[in-house]
Design a protein around this ligand. Structure first.
Ligand code: ADP
Ligand code: MG
Length: 440
């Protein structure tokens, strides 16, 4: 929750960061950034790699001195602090979490968590007891005497979160904290951050380039090329449940990711970040069509899809890219699979291009034609009518993916399309991916 009663806790005023100023390799990583951040809010800094997210975060943290402007936390100008004061300030005010964890390899888990307290000079016994409480809280109590190298990525990140909390700071800064984790650990860490915000009332500033995280914040700052290009208050902020999300327990991991994304975007206008989403869209599109490929194949195919999405490559060029062997820089599909794959991708993309959310009737008809064609459906007049109504509602964002699936599955006399469950599910997924592609 954003609590403005006490005024902003952090003020970023006209801050610019330029690396290698005046030299040939000068980089303007942050340009004239202005921000007011309030106690207890959960802020997400979102943007593509290299746009300056980390620079902004570290500037707020007092770690990256701005070339211009100032950062004020509480009443304090962060860059006017002396060295000793700064250490003290950090310890009391700010907890940091990084993608790469940065645990000390030669210290065991408990000692890593105690580390920030060592400087605070509290007694060893008390320090260790406090650290143990944090480990308990994050479900890693029995790892206390292990060395970091013995832990999984998810466990390491929980240790690093525990460490960031050692001195109970009001502000937690997290730089892509789940970037290196598997989906279960991602969920655990995101849940911890959510709890720290909701239950412990910590201000969270999360840097991410993962669009599925957007729905957890109170406020999203979109960054591009060193600038905050857009700011958005999240109206339907969502909480993370204790239970594992569905996507982790089912074998089909792709569709639920999309579901998350769709939910994340339901209330946002995304005109400014369309191109920015292309890599993500391409990846999703790929996974959607085909799962079992090597990393290299996935990588090359995804790049090909991105070009296709952005019209940088034609259909024929895409087929060729898929067909060429890995050694020659292609994706190493055989001809038949390349064509089948490319045809499906192209059908999705051309359908997407014809969709206009403002023209829901026409769009619904286009989607219907796509489904009939792709699934070779034979629908009665009544089924056609029902299905079109559902599609039109989906285009207008009046119903969710789950609801449209239910509608496809429901008997005609109850107002549904009357299709079998499996087909309903597959159809909903096709619609979902097309809808995703239409964003931005
Ligand atoms: P992000 O976190 O969004 O990926 P960064 O803030 O890390 O982006 O980087 C923004 C830009 O600044 C990039 O072009 C990056 O190469 C450059 N940059 C970051 N740190 C340095 C540095 N220490 N020296 C020179 N350039 C840097
Ligand atoms: Mg970064």
């Amino acid at each position: 929750m954003i609590n403005k009663t006490k005024g902003p806790l952090i003020k970023v005023e006209k801050v610019s960061v330029t690396y290698n100023e005046g030299q040939s390799n000068e980089v303007r990583s942050l340009i004239d950034g202005n921000l007011k951040l309030y106690p207890e809010e959960y802020v997400i800094i979102f943007g593509p790699s290299g746009c300056g997210k980390s620079t902004l975060l570290y500037t707020i943290a007092g770690l990256q001195k701005p070339s211009k402007g100032q950062v004020i936390i509480g009443e304090q100008n962060v860059y006017e602090l002396g060295k000793k004061e700064k250490v003290e300030f950090h310890r009391r005010k700010i907890g940091l979490i990084f993608q790469a964890f940065y645990l000390i390899p030669s210290l065991n888990v408990l000692d890593n968590v105690c580390l920030p307290k060592t400087a605070a000079g509290s007694r060893i016994k008390k320090r260790k007891a406090d650290a143990q409480i944090l480990l308990n809280r994050f479900g890693i109590a029995n790892q206390a005497s292990k060395m970091p190298s013995e832990l999984s990525g998810g466990q390491k990140q929980r240790v690093s979160i525990a460490r960031s909390l050692a001195n109970n700071p009001d502000i937690i800064l997290a730089d892509e904290p789940v970037g290196n984790l598997d989906s279960i650990s991602k969920h655990n860490v995101m849940k911890i951050l959510d709890d720290l915000n909701k239950k412990d009332k910590k201000m969270i500033i999360l840097v991410t380039h993962d669009a599925s995280h957007l729905r957890y914040g109170d406020r999203i700052l979109y960054m591009r090329d060193g600038k905050i290009v857009k700011e958005e208050i999240v109206k339907n902020k969502q909480s993370i449940g204790d239970a594992m999300p569905e996507e982790i327990t089912t074998s089909e991991k792709i569709a639920p990711d999309l579901k998350m994304l769709m939910r994340a975007f339901q209330d946002l206008s995304l005109s400014q970040i369309g191109v920015l989403l292309a890599p993500f869209k391409a990846q999703q599109l790929f996974s959607h069509i085909l799962l079992s490929k090597t990393y290299e194949q996935i990588d090359r195919t995804t790049k090909g899809l991105e070009d296709l999405l952005l019209s940088k490559a034609t259909y024929d060029e895409f087929v060729e890219k898929l067909d060429i062997s890995l050694d020659e820089g292609g994706a190493g599909f055989d001809k038949r699979n390349a064509e089948k794959f490319a045809k499906h991708a192209m059908a999705l993309i051309t359908t997407k291009r014809k969709i206009d959310p403002k023209k829901s009737e026409i769009s619904a008809k286009i989607l219907l034609d796509y489904l009939v064609d792709y699934f070779e459906l034979k629908l009665t007049e009544e089924q056609t009518k029902r299905t079109k109504i559902l599609l039109s509602l989906r285009v207008k964002n009046k119903i969710s993916v789950a609801e449209i699936q239910k509608g496809f599955d429901m008997p005609v006399r109850e107002g549904g399309s009357g299709l079998d469950k499996r087909t309903a599910e597959k159809m909903a997924r096709e619609i979902e991916i097309i809808m995703l592609l239409t964003y931005g």
